[in-house]
Design a protein around this ligand. Structure first.
Ligand code: UDX
Ligand code: UDX
Length: 459
């Protein structure tokens, strides 16, 4: 099966970088990324590559190389579906906010809309690829929708979950640990394997059945998140016993069965995937009556919420049990460094808690625009937009954010934070000057020598 034209529905954090790399590595394939959001498509098409809607190291260069050669961004979804032999679905699958499964199950509304759209428009055979992370057995639903159109078009459905992490998306896409393709049709699987084969060695391309592929994605994210909750649980114990979580992480990480990666204690994991996917896994397990399995994985989320909460509780108790009217400077709003994505960022929940205690919050993040900070807080509906506007201020310069603050809370591990003039920062703060390092990126001895009251996670 020769593929000459591909389209991807959903120009987001997954669809954008993934298709850009596919286009770069397959110059003979025309790749079109479509989205219902005109503003987002316009941003992908802007002349100025520093204004792309998504910030990822290395992305702008690849878009610059391929855009309008074999990579196109458009809102004409029907045309792209009609012309393509292979269609990726990469729309968002948020946790349901209504009805059955509210707060737990994935909302498959957008995926179903895409399937119906493809069914309506397709006149020739298509390979439909699930790129979005979906509950196990979703392919069955997509198949049923596609096959009941009665227009004699043959659809093959593949599951091809994305394992890229934000902030390192391009690196992860260029050198993936593995590519996973689940499906029934051997031809369809090989057609997709050929596209990845342009740059990924065949032995790293795993072929499985559809359900294994869907479940592997949920399981990978659950295992990764579990590691963070595990080390974060130990971090709390460290704080009570004078053990040092970094030393513990190093010691256990040298056991080759455990491994050194993903053992950084933090204010808690964020991002669009970990919480959503675990909730989804818990929901699926419960729906099969597997309550012990569900409870086991749910605890990863319980611990993560606890970690975020205890960070802000500690900040408040250290500041003499009140932050009312005090300026607290937050360094970082993104859920991790090297991305402008803020979904489920711990900063949002820490801020919400501090605002409920009437703190004044000053935010500086090198990549997150001011509007996103307010949108994230307003979305919680804890207080009115006017109240958020009056209690929170954003800055494009860290020193202005910190000026006259009682405390600094480090939310994101941006590299630039390590290079600041911390003596100057000490001078412009109220005394005692507190730092709460939610990412363990600063050196305790250096900070104490300057005069800071410094505390970090798990030490
Ligand atoms: C999302 C999910 O977060 C992830 O779990 C899943 O694996 C893939 O989809 P992401 O790319 O980060 O990942 O989402 P987002 O940045 O929100 O992009 C989704 C895009 O789909 C948005 O631009 C949205 O406008 C678009 N969309 C959504 C459509 O084009 N059509 C729809 O019907 C719904
Ligand atoms: C994750 C998975 O890593 C990726 O494979 C999947 O495709 C999508 O979900 P992502 O959420 O983009 O990727 O970033 P990741 O690097 O996994 O970080 C998630 C969160 O965990 C961040 O808030 C990060 O700061 C936090 N984290 C990560 C820790 O607190 N400690 C660690 O040791 C690692």
């Amino acid at each position: 099966m020769k593929i000459t034209k591909i389209c991807c529905i959903g120009a987001g954090y997954v669809g954008g970088p993934t298709m850009a790399v596919i286009a770069k590595k397959n110059p003979n394939i025309q790749v079109t990324i479509v989205d219902i959001n005109q503003e987002r498509i316009d941003a992908w098409n802007t002349e100025d590559l520093s204004k792309l809607p998504i910030y990822e190291p290395g992305l702008a260069e690849i878009v610059g190389e391929t855009r309008n050669k074999n990579l196109f961004f458009s809102t004409d979804i029907n045309k792209a579906i009609d012309e393509s032999e292979m269609i990726f679905i990469s729309v968002n699958t948020p946790t349901k906010t209504y009805g059955k499964g509210k707060g737990m199950a994935a909302d498959l509304k957008y995926v179903e809309l895409c399937a119906r759209n493809i069914a309506d428009v397709a006149k020739t055979d298509k390979i439909v690829v699930e790129k979005s992370t979906l509950p196990v057995r979703t392919a069955e639903a997509i198949k049923s929708i596609l096959h009941n159109t009665g227009n004699n078009v043959k659809f093959s459905i593949l599951s091809n979950p994305e394992f890229l992490a934000e902030g390192t998306a391009i690196k992860d896409l260029l050198a993936p640990d593995r590519v996973l393709i689940g499906g029934e049709s051997k031809d369809a699987i090989e057609a997709l394997a050929n596209i990845y084969g342009s740059w990924v060695p065949q032995e790293q391309i795993l072929r499985t059945n559809v359900w294994s592929s869907e479940l592997s994605k949920l399981t990978a994210n659950a295992f990764l998140a579990q590691r963070i909750s595990s080390i974060n649980a130990i971090s709390e114990l460290c704080e009570h016993t004078e053990a040092n979580v970094n030393e513990v992480a190093r010691a256990i990480g040298m056991d080759s069965r455990i491994g050194p990666k993903f053992l950084n204690a933090s204010i808690g994991f964020g991002g669009s995937c970990f919480q959503k996917d675990i909730l989804n896994l818990v929901y699926i397990a419960r729906s099969y009556g597997l309550n012990e399995v569900a409870d086991y994985w749910e605890q990863v989320i319980v611990l993560n919420d606890h970690q975020k909460r205890r960070f802000s509780d500690k900040l408040i108790s250290t500041l003499y049990n009140t932050v009312s009217g005090k300026k607290i400077a937050l360094l970082g709003w993104a859920f991790k460094k090297d991305t402008n994505d803020t979904r489920e960022s711990a900063a949002i929940y820490v801020t919400d808690h501090l605002l409920s205690e009437q703190a004044n919050i000053a935010v500086y993040d090198p990549k997150v625009p001011s509007s996103k900070v307010y949108d994230d807080l307003n979305y919680l509906q804890t207080r009115t937009e006017e109240e958020n506007n009056s209690l929170v201020e954003t800055f494009d310069n860290p020193y202005d954010a910190i000026n006259d603050a009682h405390a600094i809370a480090i939310m994101t591990e941006w590299d630039e934070f390590k290079t600041y003039d911390w003596t100057k920062i000490f001078d412009i703060m109220k005394k005692p000057a507190f730092i709460f390092d939610g990412r363990n990126i600063l050196n305790k001895e250096e900070m104490s020598q300057i005069g800071f009251e410094y505390s970090s996670i798990g030490k």
